[in-house]
Design a protein around this ligand. Structure first.
Ligand SMILES: Cc1ncc(COP(=O)(O)O)c(C=O)c1O
Length: 395
């Protein structure tokens, strides 16, 4: 018998992946499931990006690359930030990893450990707490609600700081809420970060999926000296519909990027060579595909919001970005829906899946009991049909 380590035993399987698996099983049994649980664009990777990968294979780019990524891609990412946000990074300040999730892991592994505290506003992306725990550090959750727009205030941040606080994890646009902090709101948080001498991991993976003619803000640009204490994380997965290619990136101070590169060199060696060339083509190629997908996500956001607003016992929120609706279903707790007693967000989701064949994710997984997350990564027809079923279920 082999004992499982304390670290691994504490890790929970990803709740969003588990919800997807249950729906898959029902589909295999021939049931039509409206699966709104997944956090990945439903579009195929654009052709010119796939073509670049094929070309890379034929050119022999099939070997190990430098641990932190090929110089061309590190340079392209640095140029992207100059172009988009006017912030200067050298290629040495960029590390390419196997997806943004891996970038987050490397960033945490390089900066925190036992005895350190990491501040995470809730609701938060399911992996944050587990990724922090894996380093031996602990996390402090700062709750936000629908009423406050799912945004942490400077006063809340200040109150969460203790002598052990090292790092703040920010995520705007946010998964699961779709909340997008304004520049002003982020500046106010930046002032507390500087005042309290914190470092920041700013997860900006949904930066290109923002609605209502607004733009995402790059946190590191907001105040002098902030870039020296900020690790910016993003990647190709959501912007270019490239989830399976596993390419994410981090930008930050040279010393931290060196440490992250060292961790990665011992862990995975390097990110996939072929995917790196595909990501290079994505960043340097035509960006029309990004706008096309963004427009479709905005249309779906409008459709879903309009429907949810009319549903009984649902308090909804208009997301400014990403591709999720996060809504309060707690008015239904204590009710019997389609013969099932609903007591919390998990039993709500279970009943919705089993009775209405609609698959959504319980808010508890995101540190927000009482809420449910519905992903827009499905066609408008599927969304309409699934929302019809959800509405019938609630009635
Ligand atoms: C907030 C957030 N950060 C990071 C990631 C990870 O992205 P990747 O597929 O590049 O690892 C996700 C994916 O769902 C996410 O929602």
């Amino acid at each position: 018998m082999i004992d499982i380590s304390k670290m691994a035993a504490a890790v929970q399987p990803s709740a969003t992946l588990a919800a997807g698996a249950k729906a898959k099983q029902m589909k295999a049994e021939g049931i039509t499931v409206y699966d709104f649980s997944l956090g990945e664009p439903d579009f195929n990777t654009p052709d010119h990006i796939c073509a670049a990968a094929v070309k890379a294979m034929h050119k022999g780019h099939t070997r190990y690359t430098p641990a932190s990524g090929i110089p061309e891609l590190r340079t392209a990412v640095a140029r992207l930030y100059q172009r988009t946000y006017g912030i200067s990074y050298t290629p040495e300040q960029v590390v390419i990893s196997n997806g943004a999730k891996h970038s987050l892991h490397n960033a945490l592994a390089a900066t925190v450990g036992p005895g350190d505290e990491v501040i995470i506003p809730t609701p938060y992306w399911v992996s944050y707490s587990d990724l922090v725990q894996m380093t031996g550090a602990s996390y402090v959750l700062v709750p936000t609600t629908l009423e406050s727009g799912f945004k942490m205030t400077p006063a809340q941040l200040r109150a969460a700081v203790t002598p052990r606080s090292r790092l703040l994890m920010l995520n705007s646009p946010n998964n699961p809420t779709g909340a997008v902090y304004t520049r002003k709101e982020l500046e106010a948080l930046a002032d507390v970060v500087l005042e309290k001498d914190l470092a920041v991991i700013s997860d900006e993976i949904y930066e290109r999926l923002v609605f209502d003619n607004t733009h995402a803000t790059c946190f590191a640009t907001l105040r002098p000296g902030l870039a020296e204490r900020t690790i910016t994380i993003s990647g190709a997965s959501k912007t270019y519909a490239m989830t399976g290619w596993r390419i994410g990136w981090a930008l930050g101070p040279v010393s931290v990027m060196k440490a992250m590169g060292n961790v990665q060199s011992q862990q995975t060696g390097c990110p996939c060579s072929i995917s790196q060339y595909a990501a290079l083509a994505a960043i340097e190629g035509d960006q029309e595909c990004v706008e096309r997908m963004r427009r479709e996500f905005e249309a779906r956001r409008d459709l879903v919001c309009a429907r949810l607003k009319k549903m009984p016992g649902i308090k909804s929120f208009v997301p400014g970005g990403a591709f999720y609706a996060f809504f309060d279903v707690s008015a239904h707790f204590g009710r019997t829906l389609a013969g099932r007693t609903v007591t919390d967000s998990a039993s709500f989701c279970q009943a919705a899946l089993e009775c209405a064949h609609v698959n959504v994710v319980a808010g508890a997984a995101f540190g927000a009991e009482g809420y449910v997350r519905l992903s827009h990564a499905a066609s408008r027809e599927q969304l309409q049909a699934g929302l019809d079923r959800l509405e019938q279920f609630l009635q």
